[in-house]
Design a protein around this ligand. Structure first.
Ligand SMILES: NC(=O)c1ccc[n+]([C@@H]2O[C@H](COP(=O)([O-])OP(=O)(O)OC[C@H]3O[C@@H](n4cnc5c(N)ncnc54)[C@H](O)[C@@H]3O)[C@@H](O)[C@H]2O)c1
Length: 269
């Protein structure tokens, strides 16, 4: 059921790779709620062509951009304002990639060139997006900017490797830029810390299936899925959450504050 929560709002959505992507679900939901937006992803990710289906379904245009390139971001923001006919109300940063994780490098044997790539793609790109938007005065007053993060930023979990460092930086960037953008333009900036979700990025982590089940059993409400995450994103882009900023918002069914559950304990008794 739609509530027209984003009626008249214009946005940019990063990171829809295929129909499992969290950004894909956010795009469908935002469209359902009346938003207009531009879809973007790294040029290399577009070779699969899946994103064209989403663009057709949501009546939106695609502007490719490598989120680590200021030049690409500059072009993206300029074109988005042209396409949408005005300034932007919301941005979703749904981007994550670690060459070390992808290539199964252990945490004790990291490749530091790749580590820098992980940080650039998964964290610094968020700062770059906001800096470009600020310089081009692209955001409307009371706009909302979100990035997706994971609990491994704050608690150690096996196999999340250098992505944990990237997520810690991402959450810190949301606080720093949230302060700046709040003072400048009443724009809010937050991260949503999502449950493990079966997507291309998620499944790249070793032992993901078992971990997803563990997280589900450790969460009183069970894992939050991608559609539920999309609902939360829409709420955060809507005018119902105007004074929420500089927060890391847990969307994990209660996982992050649960010490033990009967389900998990039963495995040991
Ligand atoms: N899947 C999970 O378990 C989970 C849990 C918590 C948070 N997250 C976060 O959610 C976000 C979205 O991931 P997802 O799970 O939907 O997976 P996904 O693989 O569908 O999305 C990741 C996206 O990042 C894009 N990307 C990679 N490099 C890029 C670059 N240089 N420029 C622009 N885009 C680039 C990819 O093309 C892809 O679309 C990520 O930040 C991820 O860390 C995922």
């Amino acid at each position: 059921m739609a509530y027209n929560l984003l009626k008249g709002k214009k946005g940019i959505i990063f990171g829809a790779l295929d129909e499992n992507s969290i950004a894909w679900k956010v795009a469908l939901k935002a469209h359902e709620e009346g938003a207009q937006f531009v879809l973007t992803n790294a040029p290399i990710a577009m070779r699969m062509g899946e994103i064209n289906k989403l663009a057709a379904q949501t009546n939106s245009q695609i502007v490719p951009a490598d989120a680590t390139s200021i030049e690409d971001l500059d072009n993206l923001v300029t074109k988005s304002m042209e396409i949408l006919g005005g300034k932007i109300d919301f941005i979703l940063h749904s981007i994550g990639m670690s060459p070390n994780v992808r290539k199964d490098k252990s945490y004790g044997d990291l490749n530091y060139e790749w580590f820098l790539k992980t940080l650039d793609i998964s964290a610094l790109s968020f700062n770059k997006v906001m800096q470009v938007a600020e310089k081009k005065d692209a955001m409307n007053e009371w706009g909302s900017i979100l990035a997706l993060t994971y609990i491994a930023a704050q608690r150690t979990l096996p196999d999340y490797s250098d992505m944990a460092k990237a997520k810690a930086a991402l959450e810190s960037i949301a606080r720093s830029y949230g302060y700046r953008y709040g003072k400048l333009k009443n724009v809010r900036v937050n991260t949503i810390s999502q449950s493990p979700t079966a997507t291309t990025a998620g499944k790249g982590i070793a032992g993901f299936g078992g971990f997803m089940e563990f997280a589900d059993k450790m969460s009183p409400l069970g894992n939050a899925n991608a559609e539920e995450c999309a609902n939360y994103c829409v709420a955060m882009f809507s005018d119902l959450t105007k004074k929420v900023t500089m927060q890391n918002l847990m969307h994990d069914g209660g996982f992050s504050t649960t010490g033990m559950t009967e389900d998990v304990l039963a495995k040991f008794n």
